[in-house]
Write a protein that binds this ligand. Sequence first.
Ligand code: EPU
Length: 417
Amino acid sequence: MEKIVIEGGHRLEGTVAVSGAKNAALPILISTLLTEGLNTVDNVPDLRDVRTIKSLLSDLGAKVETSGSVVKIDAGGLNSYEAPYDLVRTMRASVLVLGPLLARLGRARVSLPGGCAIGARPINLHLKGFEELGAMISLEHGYIEAKARSLKGAEVYFDVVTVTGTENLMMAAVLAEGITTLRNAAREPEVVALAEALNCMGGKIAGAGTPVITIEGVEALKPTSYTIIPDRIETGTFMIAAGVTCGNIKIVGSEPNHLRAVIHKLQQTGITVEEEVDGLRIIGTEAISSVDVKTLPYPGFPTDMQAQFMVLMCLAKGLSVISETIFENRFIHVSELQRMGADITVSGNAAVVMGDGRLTGAPVMATDLRASASLILAGLAASGTTEVSRVYHIDRGYECIEKKLAQLGGQLRRVPA
Ligand code: EPU
């Protein structure tokens, strides 16, 4: 086990590059299961979740080769339809193999993910959608068994906007017979990226990025080359790192159009966000204003940025109400921030933050990726030393975060716990 030790109070300055998006890389790597032949996926971040998916693909019979950020996958030898409990429990996104395995083999057996630190996170809408495409679903011994002689296009309506649900259904429908319409579909840039990748393989998907996605099934897909989009949550995390240290940084390789809600809120706090040709410049302010935030499906404010934004609000002067509408238990960072002196009261799905412009270093830990990121940000801003333990959560979704922040002048290092 390792921890990250941070000496707070140093302004961040300089340039940092953003990695490929975790939540685009995971479904796109999995989508290669839909083809026979060699796919090349570029700008793949080196993350624990990505390594988990690569070993799942290998277990299923695909050949996977990695060279830097390029991953080559040939799923011609696909010979298994099972995602075991040990893998799914470490990464819920493994359920994304359901769609491609059903489409290609007519069968999938995937461990039902349990609850997770941020909420119950059911996959009932994925399963209902597969049933609408003609699959038979049963649950036995903790495993979802999905079978379909052939999948047929259908109308699928999502009661709740679900990102991986939309992605799973797109991957199943792309090889189904006839037309599938997904209504109340997720509009996240990662959904659009997956649709683009599938279309490069010969899929016929229209409307990705809107609430109605239409998929005209095709007989087969062919292998392709695809470059993963920049990680908008990593970008947003660096933006807040500049904000909480009153820094001045440039984030290269970012896509501002994927971050409009976050940019808008940051500007309301008094932070300067300038769009330059090759990225974003963020200039902090000594006088951060409090603003309210409500998490929503894209293009609303992302739940994956809520914990980090809360740290910024701890450093503002005044009251901020942060409402979490996506996950029921995504305030696990609050008690850790309270240990650093934050004045936060949680009532239902709202956290009331009484900012007083300062935090003090303390030993902290969190059981969720984005919560852990928020504690690193808090440590950068706090006076004194902060030790963030259980950093394996961070390694699930941020590539070399301590190195990138250190390159900007942050005083932090990873040490054995
Ligand atoms: N939901 C259902 N039934 C379903 C599916 C979802 O009730 O069948 C509910 C969930 O319980 C939740 C809401 O719908 O309350 C939205 O969940 P969604 O399905 O959209 O989440 P997800 O697809 O499991 C992805 C990201 C998460 C991100 C959420 C929301 C990936 C691999 N994961 O999860 O990313 O928070 O969308 O934007 O894309 C992270 O990167 O740290 C992370 C947790």
